[in-house]
Design a protein around this ligand. Structure first.
Ligand code: PEP
Length: 249
């Protein structure tokens, strides 16, 4: 039985004041009782604030990105060890915005995934197709390619210590959600592909759905047999909405 995981990707939003309120409200909501494992991923500069507020609670926190390098002359970058310093447990890897806007290739994403794992962080690997790829019937080809980059670099066991998030790019921040069946089909495909290498890793792998998840569609999505929770962007900035999504699992 896989535990539902709901992770909030705050992207480049927030301020000390706004985060203080958001973290406090999420903490109170989680303490009042949710079954899902809850994770928040604020901007890197606010991770210390998250650590201060959340240490000792059931809410975990993580980075939105990391460098594949350990240290050195990489201006502006953040290493896995630095995230660990701020007591992160998780880190998002290969988000479609990183792939599209910052040119991260499958190979770079695989290096980042490996660096996160080597440091003891839990990587949340984002995969997903563009609208034109879906329309061309290439969804499975694209998702398989993104997944295979990890399998080839780090082996299937690397997925036993990570999480996969299926995020169709056309559904991110657009208000268009994949239907529960569309999402389930891709989640089942991911699990099937992993099971070709290891049935036990596939069975335990948490596969999250991301793309315009809201309180009013989360229950239906999370009810699908291969959907184990969500990676939530916009809706994670509103405590009441995010908590409602967390309770949907
Ligand atoms: C995301 O950016 O990972 C995401 C799923 O965003 P949204 O929920 O806003 O579509």
């Amino acid at each position: 039985m896989r535990q539902t995981l709901v992770a909030g990707n705050w992207k480049m939003n927030g301020s000390l004041e706004a985060n203080h309120q958001l973290l406090k409200s999420i903490l109170e909501g989680v303490e009042a009782g949710v079954n899902a494992k809850v994770v928040v991923c604020p901007s890197t500069v606010y991770l210390a604030q998250a650590a201060e507020t959340l240490t000792g609670s059931d809410v975990s926190w993580g980075g939105q990105n990391l460098s594949p390098e350990k240290s050195g002359a990489f201006t502006g970058e953040v290493s896995a060890d630095m995230l660990l310093n701020l007591k992160c447990q998780y880190v998002i890897v290969g988000h479609s915005e990183r792939r599209a806007l910052f040119g991260e290739s499958d190979e770079v994403v695989a290096e980042k995934y490996a660096a996160a794992l080597a440091a003891g962080l839990i990587p949340i690997l984002c995969v997903g197709e563009l609208l034109e790829e879906r329309e061309a019937g290439e969804t499975e080809t694209v998702v398989a390619r993104q997944l295979d980059a990890i399998l080839e670099k780090s082996g299937v066991e690397a997925l036993s210590a990570g999480v996969v998030a299926y995020e169709p790019v056309w559904a991110i921040g657009t208000g268009k959600t994949a239907s529960p069946q569309q999402a389930q089909d891709v989640h089942a495909f991911i699990r099937q592909r992993v099971s070709e290498k290891s049935a036990s890793v596939a069975e335990k792998l948490q596969i999250l759905y991301g793309g315009s998840v809201k309180p009013d569609n989360a229950v239906e999505l999370f009810a699908m047999s291969d959907i184990d929770g969500g990676l939530i962007g916009g809706a994670s900035l509103d405590a009441a909405g995010f908590l409602a999504i967390c309770r949907a699992g």
